[in-house]
Design a protein around this ligand. Sequence first.
Ligand code: MV4
Length: 494
Amino acid sequence: MFKKILIANRSEIAIRVMRACRELDVKSVAVYSEVDKNALFAKYADEAFPIGPAPAAQSYLDMDKIIDVAHRSGAEAIHPGYGFLSENELFADRCEKEGIIFIGPSSHAIKSVGSKIAAKKTMKSAGIPVIPGSESGISDFDEAVKVAESIGYPVIVKASAGGGGIGMKVVRKTEELRETIESTQRVAKSSFGDATVFIEKYLEMPRHIEFQILADNYGNIIHVGDRECSIQRRHQKLIEESPSPIMTTELRERMGSDAVKAAAAINYTNAGTIEFLYSKGEYFFLEMNTRLQVEHPITEIVTGVDLAKEQIRIASGEKLSYKQSDIQQRGWAIECRLNAEDPLNNFTPSPGKLRRYRSSGGPGVRVDSGVHTGFTITPFYDSLISKLTVWGKDRDEAIARMKRALYEYIIVGVTTNIPFHKAVMNNEYFKRGELTTHFIDDHNIIKEVEKIIEAEKEKGATLASALVADDKKVAAITSAVGTYIQNAKIVGAK
Ligand code: MV4
């Protein structure tokens, strides 16, 4: 096992990895930008090094600075978390050349799924279902028309190097095809430096279902169950759950074994995720994520596998400590991403200072967060405040717990998407597990959010003003209300 690890990330995911380090008796090294000087993760680490100004390009994305800190601190390995350098094949390669272990897959494996066309080709040869479409980049329009007509409209034009929903457009008839191919090529060129696009059948109402993978350096690969991540906005997931409400033992066996095959096809090592689109009883490989994901806690909660620790063990050369038959999904987990963003204004970020922050707790509740009262959510990084994950013996209990936990939160100072989560937990389609990637629009969730905000406005305003008005009063009130805002009786507030 390593003696010391550098965590090349910030906030909650840095803390998550450092917690794994503590349990493994490994020292942790934080790197932080100027605005993160007082952040929890920088204090939690055994050692912390400043790496520059707030913009990520000058700090968390600066490979030279991070490698330099690894050498100066004597860290033997780097955990990249998610985002930033986590799926950067050049960084994985650079670590190797510097004699530092990258806690993740090889740079070769990252590269082999970086191109969507190449990834699809590999998966198809491995016998995994892929969405019907062109098998290489579109080079002439007549060929594109032929492909579109053979698979049938609607089709979707996608950038091979694409990501985050950029460089993707649906086409419903031949007359729109040329224009869309050309515009997608332009976007692909300017966003990713690669104009290659391809087309495939557009699935109208898919569900996003993914499988967690663990693979060691000795060819052992297992899947650690499924997650459903259909509820998202602008390609940002907002709510995830495990298992998927549509999962059966038989489907899990088929999709899980295809996920393992997918990982094997690229000699994958460490933790990864195989994403599938599911539609009308069929599933198709979509893409692979070569990192530990934001939503990993739901898998940890239903399986009992500590994914962050497994990643570190694998990277240090240990064999997988589980066989496939050891993995069982027990009960139900749901994660809500609590963000500083305004659900009534198209989910635009609302950075600012947390005048008060108090999270939930109690039975079946897990909170992963990197913030505290007084901390400022800056526009430089993503707007995640807190990941709230609950466990229940079944889906109904998990939903009831999530509602209870959401109503326990006190956040004053920034607009949050908590009312959005409350609205979803109360939605009849959600309760029945009827989810698609268009859930928010299809069920008019924003209208429900407006109602919730309206109903809470008075209580929230009273609480907020009482909380920030007088610090002595704050201490009394926060303990007196038991933080259950919905029923809080504010005592002594003006
Ligand atoms: C699709 C699709 C429907 N049909 N491909 C969105 C992100 C990108 N990685 C792939 N995406 C999609 N590809 C076909 N052939 C619908 C989406 C999609 C989506 C996928 C997963 C999760 C959320 C989504 C939201 C909108 C569209």
